[in-house]
Design a protein around this ligand. Structure first.
Ligand code: 5AD
Ligand code: SF4
Length: 452
């Protein structure tokens, strides 16, 4: 049997796409392997969001080339595919820079992989046109065994692309315009996942709360309405969604946080900056105070809400005072966990053209200060859960025999001692201790919900 190795970089959407590529290649006779050295087909599913992410691809391709040459010297043939957003953005430039690459395929075209691999026997190929058809209609359904192999928590793409055009971001160019999948396709996929034992769905999309998919009668559903439908599926106990834009948090979605116990009290809502001038220059179309008020409204709906966010420091022209506005917003809102980045100029985006770029040294200094504050908040949040009783979805065996590992509603890893529970059970746990990354706890009975 032929073997395929897929390495994904970047966001959850790439993790999901990598699984879809593996599903499709399974029908072509490929088994997935975790070891690149034994693969007949190597796929790098790439990320273009920041310069560092894109650079990683080329250094990895250097290593892949050496491996390919060694294998070819032994008479074995391997094919190398670059997929994802670097493929979309750089296209045939990749063939020029990386001689080992046989196929370049964009995120909207990977359903064509079997045909592209056939063509690649004779020539190097690039497929990055935005197609008219929906790739999801051409992808095979994963088998129950494949779903089970991937665990009880699953991603589900409901929307792709973005129309917001934040001035720093490549996504509208690499992933294209905002497109929502139809309601029936999403529900079918969710039913299949639930039938294979999945308990938690994370609905993903570049701008997932802008969801506006049609149902069979042609009426348009919001994310709030979709959450209500998915919450009815037997077996699905937890719903999450990411990534969202503050401007698309509508009343129906906020109400879903209040009305649906399955919607986890955890929201990833990127704010990027706390400075109104920078937010305007980023084209975010909201102010720092509007974000604060929005968070208050979601907290009113769900008082147990914990937050996570994305931040960019050193956006072109950001002054010390403007950076302090970001620090103040973080102090005001309080985040359980966050991602923060130095601004990275991306070719073709408006912000890359601004002349007042911030120096590397200043960006590094600001990032360290921001990350120290966010880390303090994360630790405080984790320590604050000690003594609380939380539901934990068990996902895998723990580090030691007799232990299992799962996730709290706030995505915190939790280790518990148990030998009478199964993966997929949701157990009620009293948190006894917080380590630097994991929580530890003991099961409180009754209260636990067994897996189906
Ligand atoms: N530079 C730095 N960070 C960026 N992000 C997006 N584009 C850039 C860029 N050019 C960050 C944003 C976004 C997250 C996915 O990546 O914070 O929310
Ligand atoms: Fe990029 Fe998100 Fe802004 Fe869309 S909303 S342009 S994906 S940062």
């Amino acid at each position: 049997m032929k073997k395929v190795f897929v390495k994904s970089y970047g966001c959850q959407m790439n993790v999901y796409d990598a699984e879809r590529m593996a599903d499709m290649l399974a029908t072509e006779g490929y088994a997935e392997t975790k070891a690149m050295e034994e693969a007949d087909l190597v796929i790098l599913n790439t990320c273009h969001i920041r310069e560092k992410a894109a650079d990683k691809v080329y250094s990895e391709l250097g290593r892949v080339r050496e491996m390919k040459q060694e294998r070819e010297a032994q008479g074995q043939e391997i094919k190398v595919v670059v997929a994802g957003c670097v493929a979309q953005a750089e296209g045939k430039e990749i063939l020029r820079r990386a001689p080992a690459v046989d196929v370049v395929v964009g995120p909207q075209n990977y359903h064509n992989l079997p045909g592209l691999l056939k063509r690649a026997k004779a020539e190097r190929v690039v497929d990055t046109e935005f197609p008219i058809e929906d790739k999801f209609d051409h992808l095979p359904k994963p088998s129950k065994a494949m779903i089970q192999n991937r665990g009880v928590s699953s991603f589900l793409t409901i929307q792709e692309g973005c129309d917001k055009f934040c001035t720093f971001c490549v996504v509208p160019y690499t992933r294209g315009a905002e497109v929502s999948r139809p309601v029936s396709k999403i529900v079918d996929e969710a039913l299949r996942l639930a039938d294979a034992g999945v308990r938690e769905l994370t609905l993903i999309g570049q701008n997932v709360n802008a969801y506006h998919g049609e149902d069979a009668s042609g009426s348009v559903w919001t994310l709030g309405r979709l959450l209500h439908r998915l919450a009815e599926i037997p077996g699905i106990a937890r719903l999450r969604y990411m990534t969202s834009h503050p401007r698309d948090m509508d009343d129906e979605l906020i109400a879903a946080h209040r009305d649906l116990p399955a919607v986890m009290p955890y929201l990833h809502l990127p704010v990027q900056s706390g400075s109104d001038r920078i937010l305007d220059a980023m084209n975010r179309k909201h102010t720092g105070d509007e974000y604060r008020r929005l968070i208050e409204r979601v907290r009113e709906a769900q008082p147990g809400l914990a937050l996570s966010s994305d931040f960019i420091v050193g956006f072109p022209g950001e002054t010390d005072a403007e950076f302090e506005d970001t620090m103040r917003l973080v102090a005001d809102v309080g985040f359980a966990s966050s991602f923060s980045f130095k601004y990275s100029p991306r070719p073709g985006t408006p912000a890359a053209e601004i002349e007042t770029q911030v120096s590397e040294a200043v960006k590094s200094e600001r990032l360290t200060r921001l990350q120290n504050l966010l880390e303090t908040q994360r630790q405080a949040f984790n320590h604050g859960t000690v003594g609380q009783t939380l539901d934990v979805l068990l996902e895998k065996p723990g580090r030691h025999p007799g232990q299992m590992a799962g996730k709290s509603p706030y995505l915190q890893p939790v280790q518990i001692e148990t030998d009478c529970h199964r993966i997929g059970d949701i157990v009620t746990v009293r948190i006894t201790r917080a380590g630097s990354n994991s929580l530890f706890g003991e099961v409180v009975e009754p209260g636990s919900q067994a897996a189906a």
